[in-house]
Design a protein around this ligand. Sequence first.
Ligand SMILES: NC(=O)c1ccc[n+]([C@@H]2O[C@H](COP(=O)([O-])OP(=O)(O)OC[C@H]3O[C@@H](n4cnc5c(N)ncnc54)[C@H](OP(=O)(O)O)[C@@H]3O)[C@@H](O)[C@H]2O)c1
Length: 252
Amino acid sequence: MSNRFINQVAVVTGGSTGIGFAIAQALLAEGAKRVYITGRTAKTLDEATTTLGPLAVGVVSDVANLNDLQKLKSEIDKRGDQLDVVFANAGIAENNHLGDTTEMEFSKTFDINVKGMFFTVQTLLPLLKQGSSVVLTGSIVANKGMENLSLYNASKAAVRSFARSWANDLKARKIRVNTISPGLTETPIMKNGLKMDDAQLAALHEHAKGVVPLGYVAQPNEIASAALFLASADAAYINGIELDVDGGLAQI
Ligand SMILES: NC(=O)c1ccc[n+]([C@@H]2O[C@H](COP(=O)([O-])OP(=O)(O)OC[C@H]3O[C@@H](n4cnc5c(N)ncnc54)[C@H](OP(=O)(O)O)[C@@H]3O)[C@@H](O)[C@H]2O)c1
């Protein structure tokens, strides 16, 4: 185990479960001094913070709510911390059927995945150190037309676009901004967001054997290790990119 994040302070939005939680765990394993994790659900966040230990700080904060984002900033300010890394990872995935999608469904996906991503980074910007790093969680669907997911697909295309623009906008401060784009990954989003039952999940794993060149659905830690690479000094000259972490699914 290396210590690439020794003495560093990081924020992981959506750090209570899935990919974000795996990122927080990996940061602490690599020497981070403090990791702020967020989510909307206090109970899940408390459990995650307890598991991560005393160097983790849980802040209940909805990325779609600008007051909540200010609350997150205040919690960081209160401890006198400045940020080395922000993982803007919080997001939802819900099906929408073109033809009967409601305005509420549209707003929910875009408020969390797009507006939430934008204002997370904008709110935390004053705390980011010169030469720090921002990693956005996108998805391979940014470049795909997955059926009954047009809102989600489009929201992730916006995320990918943000990385390009912000790498440019933040160049004077030498802040690098990159996107990590996971493929199929086993997290609670499958049940909570996409409403898959156990049989559908089993079918997904079967399906992955055929469509993913590596033949399986990723575990969150496999996405986290790539996200940490982008955030680390190992990626010092990587800026504005999208890194697919999908076992090759989007490449064939
Ligand atoms: N799993 C996949 O196959 C996959 C593939 C590509 C991309 N992704 C992306 O990876 C990211 C993480 O998802 P995951 O798969 O790890 O799913 P997950 O386990 O459901 O994690 C989502 C996290 O985000 C939090 N969250 C959701 N809405 C939020 C909001 N409005 N404000 C603050 N936190 C919020 C959740 O906590 P609360 O619900 O308590 O708020 C949870 O901590 C998402 O951006 C997702 O789109 C996932």
